[in-house]
Design a protein around this ligand. Structure first.
Ligand SMILES: O=C1C[C@@](O)(C(=O)O)C[C@@H](O)[C@@H]1O
Length: 229
């Protein structure tokens, strides 16, 4: 996955959903922090879709303790042929975490995998300029800069879409979305403004973030809106 165009990922903790995802997804996000035996899942994986691996730290809204072992697991994961991208938190790359994730980025690149650098705000959405600055910072550390914020109003979504358009028009590869009910529609609209990655569960009961559409619905929405633009 090089994210040269919009890439829709079936997000979840079980690679067993891959056959059901093939019709609508371009890849799978394996949330290792939510999964049972994620490395064993990768060892056994014989699916068609490429995999992005994420091992989300607790301080970024995930379930993984901020330990060297969290990063060790990601280094082992990117050595699998099916793994063509890895998600690393901006904070873990810029020295804010207890452990530097730079070694994972290096191992990913050695294995030909893309690096998605992510930052989240689970409380609010900054203003447009602050979002643009965060996205620029993330883009500097990897192949795609990603931001997911929490929208409380249409103005929050407008700020995210404006920053998305600004960075994309400047040639940066970004992925953006607004979490929560007020931000939900951003998941279908942001690709029109340059967002390169979408995340959606096959089963809506298995959502990995607030406000996600299920995979088939998001694919349908994005395709319909893109065909009309
Ligand atoms: O960072 C992201 C984006 C996300 O939080 C979302 O809002 O869809 C879902 C996560 O699984 C993924 O790692």
């Amino acid at each position: 996955m090089d994210f040269s165009s919009f890439t829709l990922l079936a997000a979840g903790s079980d690679l067993g959903i891959e056959p059901a995802a093939r019709g609508d997804a371009d890849g799978v996000e394996l949330r290792m922090d939510l999964a049972d035996a994620p490395l064993s899942q990768l060892d056994a994986y014989d699916g068609d879709l490429p995999v992005l691996v994420t091992n989300r730290a607790e301080w970024e809204g995930g379930e993984a303790a901020d330990t060297a072992e969290r990063l060790d697991a990601l280094e082992r994961a990117v050595e699998h042929d099916a793994v063509t991208a890895v998600d690393l938190e901006l904070a873990a790359l810029s020295g804010a975490g207890d452990h530097d994730a730079g070694r994972v980025a290096d191992r990913a690149r050695d294995n030909g995998a893309s690096v998605v650098v992510s930052t989240h705000d689970f409380e609010a959405t900054p203003d447009r300029d602050a979002i643009a600055d965060r996205l620029e910072d993330a883009c500097a550390y990897g192949d795609v800069g990603k931001m997911a914020s929490t929208a409380r109003s249409p103005d929050d979504v407008l700020a995210m879409l404006g920053a998305t358009r600004e960075l994309s028009a400047a040639g940066e590869r970004v992925a953006t979305m607004c979490m929560g009910e007020a931000g939900r529609h951003s998941r279908a609209v942001a690709p029109l403004y340059g967002s390169r990655i979408g995340y959606a569960p096959v089963d809506p009961a298995e959502a990995t973030a607030p406000g996600q559409y299920d995979l088939a619905t998001l694919r349908s929405l994005v395709e319909r809106l893109s065909s009309e633009s």
